[in-house]
Design a protein around this ligand. Structure first.
Ligand code: P6P
Length: 343
């Protein structure tokens, strides 16, 4: 074990960073890590057991749920319930928030917003999927926590992270003091520190967007895509297009190599597709902590005031210089876009 630092050891070590923490946040992060290992075990044997395919149910988003979506959702809620540090779970897979009212959760201080299995349409074709989570302290002081405790701006997050179930399984998280990545070592069943102090390159040459929606993109996005495709060696263009269809996988690659991920408004997603509370906010917190940028094309993601549980947002996230360039184009063409909308 020489030289290996497990997630548990790291969390305890960093606990001293929090004057108010008496170990609750550490235990909460541990609980999430345990559930992630259980989900990883099922993701890794999908295809061998009857856990592929559709669950035959539809979530509030109107999306068909995969069996693994439901399994992952159940595992994270169970881990957060038994861990006793969480008082409410807001999850993509439940219509409403899930109050955690168990004997061990009486004094729970934390809210968890989670996408238990992001990119699940990729499961059946063996492409990387992920879990995304966001942690807040409850604002209410007594009684059962309410929706008001959940609807907090991204700037209020105390921690955020994701798990990527890919060629290896990694857990990447921040508590506001940098970003660290842990790779699961199946031989010992532990997440081990493999990517300390992760930083997004300030510039990059990878853009991630579903260009199938091109005709419905705002003009600023269309202009950015064409900018990315111009041959100009001095600015390392044309960029490379990489789009996996799993936000976690696309953003994780861009976090390491540099790049931009954009999910703008489209005809089928006039407010954007990604959910603010459990996709955009946690990924924005992580990327900003790693020195990157995240906005909806105009506003910092973390400053957006949530008004509903499954609120959606556009998202432009990744290397600072690339996001700024895309935002400049969004601002330049915002007028023509609004005229188009009027028309
Ligand atoms: P589209 C997965 O459903 C997801 O929420 C993200 O992980 C992913 O980047 C995006 O939606 C893919 O959406 O419309 O391009 O298939």
């Amino acid at each position: 074990m020489s030289g290996i630092k497990t997630l548990g050891q790291f969390i305890i070590e960093k606990q001293a960073d929090f004057s108010y923490a008496k170990g609750e946040l550490s235990r909460l992060l541990r609980d999430i890590g345990i559930a992630a290992k259980i989900v990883n075990r099922e993701v890794n044997k999908a295809g061998l057991v009857d856990i592929l395919g559709d669950a035959g149910t539809v979530n509030i988003q109107g999306e068909g749920q995969k069996k693994l979506d439901v399994f992952a959702n159940t595992q994270f809620i169970a881990a957060l319930t038994s861990g006793g540090e969480c008082c409410i779970v807001a999850t993509e897979e439940e219509d409403d928030f899930v109050p955690i009212d168990s004997p061990v959760s009486k004094n729970a201080k934390y809210i968890v917003c989670i996408d238990p299995l992001d990119g699940s349409s990729n499961i059946d074709v063996n492409v990387a999927v992920g879990t995304i989570f966001s942690i807040y302290r409850r604002k209410s002081m007594e009684g059962l926590a309410t929706l008001a405790d959940v609807l907090q701006k991204g700037t209020e997050q105390v921690a955020a992270g994701y798990v990527i179930y890919g060629s290896s399984t990694m857990l990447v998280y921040t508590t506001g003091k940098g970003v660290n990545g842990f790779t699961l070592d199946p031989s010992i069943g532990e997440f081990c520190l493999s990517h300390p102090n992760m930083k997004v390159p300030k510039d990059g040459s990878i853009y991630s967007i579903n260009e199938g929606n091109y005709v419905h993109f705002p003009m600023g996005v269309k202009k950015y895509i064409k900018y990315a495709q111009v041959h100009d060696e001095a600015s390392n263009r044309p960029y490379t297009s990489r789009y996996i269809g799993s936000m976690v996988a696309d953003i994780h690659r861009n976090l390491i190599k540099g790049g931009i991920y954009i999910y703008p408004t489209t005809a089928s997603s006039p407010n954007g597709k990604l959910r603010l509370l459990y996709e955009c906010n946690p990924m924005a917190f992580i990327v900003e902590q790693a020195g990157g940028t995240a906005s909806d094309g105009f506003r910092r993601i973390l400053e957006i005031e949530p008004v509903e549980l499954h609120q959606r947002s556009s998202i432009f996230i990744g290397s600072e210089k690339m996001v700024k360039m895309a935002e400049e184009m969004m601002a330049t063409y915002a007028v023509s876009d609004s005229n188009t909308k009027i028309a």
